[in-house]
Design a protein. Sequence first.
Length: 519
Amino acid sequence: MINAVGRDIPEDILAQTNKEIFHGSNYYDGFEYKKDGPKTHCVINSNDVKLVPTLHEVLEKCGIRDGMTVSFHHHFRDGDYVVNMVMEEIHKMGIKNITICASSLGKAHDQIVPYLEDGTVTNIQSSGVRGKIGEAISNGKLKGLAIMRSHGGRVRAIESGETHIDIAFIGVPSCDEYGNCRGIGGKANCGVLSYAIVDSDYADRVVAITDCLVPFPNFPAHISMTKVDYVVVVDSIGDPSKIATGAAKPTTDMRKLMMADYCTQFVVNTPFFKDGFSYQTGVGGASIASTISLAKVMKERNIRMRFGVGGLTKPMCDLLNNDQVDCLLDTQDFDLDAIENVKLARHHRISAGEYADPFNKGAIVNKLDFVILAALEVDVHFNCNVVVGSDGVLTGAQGGHPDTAAGAKCTIVITPLIQGRIPAVCTDVTTVTTPGENVDVVITDYGIAINPLRADLLEVMKNVDLPFKKIEELRDIAYSITGAPEKVQFGERIVGIIEARDGTIMDVVRQVKAFEYSE
C-alpha cells in the first residue's frame, strides 16, 4: 500500500505489526484511547528491603524469562555502561527472545551484537541504532524487527500499551536505598532522566542501577521511590565525559559556520522572531553555531526568548546564564556544562511525554516557534532521512526530529549540500523519517530552499538578501558535482520499520543486498 509520503508498505508487514500506513501528520488529531497500566508490587511492610546486592539476584527477583521486554535510557550516550552489564547477565542466564526497548542505542553497545546473533535478543525498539548494532540489523542478524520511533512516538507506544515493558533498568547517578533517583548528585551525572520517566510509570518492574548510594531521602527525586521496585549498586554506570561526542560539539568548519549565519539571518527575518519566541536546536555543529550567532542578534535587538527546549548544550545554557531566556525545558543534556546547569532554578526537567508525545492532551513541541535540525538526506519533496546512511545501513536516530518538525511554526533543516561525496539533497531519500509536509526550510552551503507549502515564508523573504533557490536547483547543483548517486541495492527481507510518531508506518528498512543470504 502506498502511504502519504509515497512509500510502498507491504501488506504482510501491516498484518505482522497490526499497523496502518502513514496517512499524514494530523491523521490522529482528536483520537481518544485508554492508557495502559503496569502491574504494581505493593510495599506495605516498612521493613521491606529494596536494595539487592547483584544484577543476577535482581533479575531473579523480577522473574526474568524468555520473551520478555526490557528497557533502557540513553542519557549517557557513548559513555553508557548499563545496557551492556544487564544484557551480559541476561545472556549468562541463558534467557532468549528478549526485546530491547531503548530510548536509543549507540556505539557504546557494540558489545551486545553477539546476543543478536545467538537469539538472546530477537527484537529491538529504539529511537535509533548506531555502530555495530546498526550494521548487524542491516546485515540481517536480528531475527525479528527493529522498530525505529521518535522520542514522542516511544512514549505513545508505551502509554498506549502497544509496547509493554516487563522490566525497566534505569541507570541513575544518585539513589537512596528506597529508590529515589536523581540525574545529579553522584560521580557520573547525566543531568536529567527524562526518557526513563515513562519506563518508571509503565513497566511492571523497575530497577534503579546506581554507582552512588546516598542516604534517604534523595530529594527532590527525579524518579520517585513510588515507581522503583529494586535498587542495585554497581562500580560504575557510565562515563559522563563521553556524553559530548560525535555531533554534539561546536564546529570550526567554515561551511557549517556559513550555514549557521544563513540560518540566523533567516530566523531574524521571520515574523516569529520577536519578544517571547521559543526555540529548539539540534546538536549538529551548524545547529549549535546558529544558537551562538542568534544570541548575538538577540542582544543587539533586545529580544528575549521565552523558553528553550530539548536536548541542551552549553550555548543554550549560556542564554539562561546571560538572562536572555526566561527558562529552559530539559529532556537531555549533551555536554557537561548543560549537566551542571540543571541545578539552576529556571532550568526545568521535563519528561519525554511532556516534550513530544503526540497522544497527550498537548506537548511542548506544539508551542515551538523555531526548531533547527540536521539530516543525512533531504529530497525534492522536503522529506528527511536521519536514520539510514547512504550505504543503506542503519546509522542514526529519529530522536525528536519528527516530533519537533510537526510541532514548530518554522522547521529549519541545515545540511551541507555534499556530505562525504554524497549529495545530501536528492530526488528521493533512501528512507523517510520526517515527512516533507513538516519541513519548511532547507539551508545548505549552496543556498536556501523554502517549501512551496509555506507561501507566508516565501512572501516575507522576497526582499531578504540570502541565496534562495528551489529545492530542485539544490539537487541539480549537488548532482552536477558528484553525479546522480546510485541507489542502494536492497534485498527483499524487511529488517526494520520507521514508525511515524502516531504509530503508523512511514517506511520500511530492508536488508542490504550485499549481505543478503538464503536460509
